[in-house]
Design a protein around this ligand. Structure first.
Ligand SMILES: [Zn+2]
Length: 207
């Protein structure tokens, strides 16, 4: 295994300051925030951090499970305060797909993501990237809810899947893409699923 640190435990802080459950992973050397909320939620984000006695300056990276407006709304605000947005290569063509929703909404708080400030990582290099943060795990492409959906699976089985449709709904959709995404989660040892909106769910891992 790439990660040779003595302490492999990743501390997880749940941050909810709107309708989306966001997760902050504290690795041995760097921290990664998974998802944000709607544009205009920056003050609420700061408030949620203060309540947990955390500072935005202590967050190194932002990873977005998919570029829907309730997940990427304040991404560029966070870029502006020095949090690096990590975009997986399979997401690169989708990072502006929600901009029109905010423009139509006349949401004056919204800032589109500055493409020049993002860091694109190949999905097959994700374990190496996470290891550099002291986070044992992997990021996999899990389309089904959207084409750009990704999941982060820690080696301890905790998985962050965003808005992926729950496993019990898979037969309803009869969608091979969705079925395959759940198979991939199983094969990567996912056993405790953290959704962005649904409650956490334990599943039987294939591992
Ligand atoms: Zn969504």
């Amino acid at each position: 295994m790439e990660n040779n640190t003595l302490d492999n435990t990743v501390k997880i802080t749940k941050l909810k300051y709107g309708n989306t459950k966001c997760y902050l992973l504290h690795g041995a050397s760097k921290s990664i925030l998974i998802d944000t909320d709607w544009a205009g939620k920056l003050p609420a984000f700061y408030h949620a951090l203060r309540e947990k006695k955390l500072r935005a300056q202590g967050i190194n990276y932002l990873l977005i499970t998919h570029y829907h407006p309730d997940h990427m709304g304040i991404a560029n605000n966070l870029i502006n305060i020095g949090i690096k947005l990590i975009v997986m290569d399979c997401q690169q063509n989708y990072i502006h797909q929600s901009d029109h929703i905010f423009y139509k909404d006349n949401n004056s708080s919204f800032q589109p993501i500055n493409d020049k400030k993002i860091k694109v990582i190949k999905i097959n290099q994700s374990r190496k990237f996470l290891a550099s943060c002291g986070i044992p795990g992997v990021i996999i492409s899990t389309p089904g809810h959207t084409n750009d959906s990704i999941s982060l699976v820690l080696d301890n089985g905790e998985a962050f899947v965003g808005d992926l449709y729950p496993q019990e709904q898979v037969p309803l959709y009869n969608n091979p893409v969705l079925t395959n995404s759940w198979r991939k989660l199983h094969n990567n040892g996912a056993s405790l699923i953290h959704f962005a909106h649904y409650a956490d769910k334990s599943i039987i891992s294939n591992r």
